[in-house]
Write a protein that binds this ligand. Sequence first.
Ligand code: PLP
Length: 378
Amino acid sequence: MESPRERIYLSPPRATEADIEAVTAAMRSGWLAPVGPDLARFEEDMAQFLGIRHAVGLASGTAALHLGMRYLGVAAGDAVLVPTVTFGATAFAVTYLGAVPVFLDMDESWNMDPALVEKAVTTLRAYGTRVSAAVPVDLYGAPADYGTLLPLLDSLDVPVLEDAAEGLGASSGDDMVGSFGTGAVLSFNGNKLITTSGGGMLVTDDADFADRVRFWSTQSREPEPWYEHREIGFNYRLSNLLGALGHSQLRRVPDEVAKRRQIREWYRERLTAVPGVVVQSDPTWGQSNAWLTVARFSPSEHPAAPTRVRELLERHNVESRPVWKPMHQQPVFADNPAFLTGAADALFADGLCLPSGTILDESDIDWICSLVISCLRP
Ligand SMILES: Cc1ncc(COP(=O)(O)O)c(C=O)c1O
């Protein structure tokens, strides 16, 4: 049956009139060069929003991961601890430096399980492998357990780069996601909470970290009149035009978070009335930005529900998506070391990401939930 409705996407980008005006004004100002005042304002306001000192706009979150790990000294042959449930970019960037991502299973927040960290580090070191960084992710916008992870990794002498690509606007205690670790990575990809159509940022309290990343991202040009290079460079800087878009979008982060949390509540009210269905909650230590709402379906009560629900929604022109396929299950990482408990495998088998874009209203969620529930009935 064809749906009479327009397609509902998982997390579509949104541009307001204010965004269009901001980009137009930047174009009229003549700042079409890669850097300029709009990018500088975006960086300053982001740093202020997160309560940290420095922000460097980059072409993508992946670029920020690459240069962030480079600064932490990740080198060929090293091991880097990465949660197994994440988007591939977290692990890909490790390999750009010739290092090996080592996968850790998830805790109840679906983030890097602190209980596995010490075992992973001591095992790797026993084999003579240097563990040069850990990259916890704030999955679907829920903060990882930094209260446990940071002191533990510090005691093991493993520096932390926070992959906050999905977590802008979330918090843990009084601290914003993006303020943990030596540095953190943001993404402004088209499906994220705010977007520059493609872009990212490296944020840090460490001035030297920010300076080095800025330098490398603009082709490592030494301050000489000619092109002088003492180090390998990258063309990774965010452009001024995209900085103007990001600066405009940054203002609505609190509203975006409030609406996405509301959407998650609407789902919870309707779906958790069905036995065997749960909707992800905030962890006890923080507040998620609810970037994507994820439902889990008990396999004994609702066998194969994620696939059946996804296919039914698709027939009604509604996009949903399986949760990130764990990295240890990915063919490209089949031989990588992994410390597993089975939690990530279970989530991949019984979880489904539901449409969470802020253009949705309560009647949309009502309709989506009625479809989901119809699929669950015996
Ligand atoms: C957890 C995570 N890390 C890294 C990235 C990469 O960011 P980008 O697409 O901006 O390179 C993404 C998403 O795109 C992500 O979800």
